[in-house]
Design a protein around this ligand. Structure first.
Ligand code: ADP
Ligand code: MG
Length: 260
């Protein structure tokens, strides 16, 4: 089942925290692969292990059992890994320093790259990235994070991704703090990243309805396990796991009418 050329390949990948009676198995024996250029959504209720799995893909946690390979090798050096695998998280304010301007922090993002572009190229790439997320460069000129709305800040995180152009983007509930209109925009930007930069995207969400629209494949998680995986149609039209059925029942009526 595992493809040798997969960008990520997990084999019985497990992550435990704590010891003895207090042990928590956050990710439990997961086996999956993600191919280059795919959008895969990890879907499940709160506490099922989605973020721990996402952080493992970022190299922040190592498996305590089994393996997780990126391009056929375990992640050993996160600095090198992060040149290719980047993330956007739920709370954009926690990702920016309140005491520096947004633009200077977008410039700092280039520090992670092996080859730093020229000063002129950096300014150009920042402007283009801002335009890609529908922000005119002068709108953020001289501004600090606290002067922007949550939706604008979420777009700054995505602008950072347009600047860095990683091979893989891990997006952990990037839309859960914003209103419906901004949410639709963010999903559009994710599709743009996939189309324009051929990015592989791992989208983490509790909302199977959202995942249905943006994904090539869905992984349904429950209690640390991937209980079902397949294309959005396979998983939503003929779910095999009771946990998938429960997630589908949680979709608001209006949303469900679009899917069926
Ligand atoms: N650093 C940690 N130490 C101990 N337990 C953790 C840690 N991170 C997550 N967990 C536990 O692992 C489980 C899965 O958490 P998480 O992946 O954050 O869930 P979610 O699906 O909501 O993202 C939870 O029971 C959580 O309490
Ligand atoms: Mg989470």
């Amino acid at each position: 089942m595992l493809n040798k050329n997969s960008i990520f390949a997990a084999n019985n990948c497990t992550r435990e925290f704590g010891t003895g009676k207090k042990i928590v198995r956050a990710v439990d024996n997961t086996t999956f692969s993600i191919e280059s250029g795919e959008i895969v959504s990890i879907v499940g209720g709160s506490g099922c292990g989605k973020s721990v799995l996402a952080k493992m893909m970022l190299g922040l946690y190592k498996p305590t059992d089994g393996t997780l390979l990126y391009n056929n090798a375990p992640v050993t050096n996160t600095k090198i890994h992060w040149r290719e695998v980047q993330a956007v998280f739920q709370d954009p304010f926690s990702c920016f320093n309140q005491f520096f301007t947004i633009r200077s922090q977008l410039k700092d993002a280039f520090g992670i790259l092996q080859e730093k572009p020229s000063h002129k190229e950096i300014e150009k790439r920042i402007d283009n990235a801002l335009l890609a997320v529908n922000i005119k460069p002068h709108e953020i000129s001289g501004k600090y994070p606290f002067e922007l709305s949550g939706g604008q800040m979420q777009r700054m995180l995505l602008a950072r991704i347009f600047i860095l152009r990683p091979k893989v983007l891990i997006a952990d509930e990037p839309t859960s703090m914003v209103d419906a209109c901004v949410r639709a925009n963010i999903l559009d930007y994710l599709m743009k990243l996939k189309e324009e930069l051929k990015m592989t995207i791992v989208f983490v969400t509790h909302d199977i309805g959202l995942a249905y629209y943006v994904s090539d494949r869905l992984f349904i998680m429950h209690n640390g396990r991937i209980v079902e995986q397949g294309t959005p149609d396979e998983v939503t039209l003929s779910p095999r796991s009771e946990h998938t059925v429960r997630l589908l029942e949680d979709i608001p009526e209006i949303h469900r009418a679009w899917i069926c």
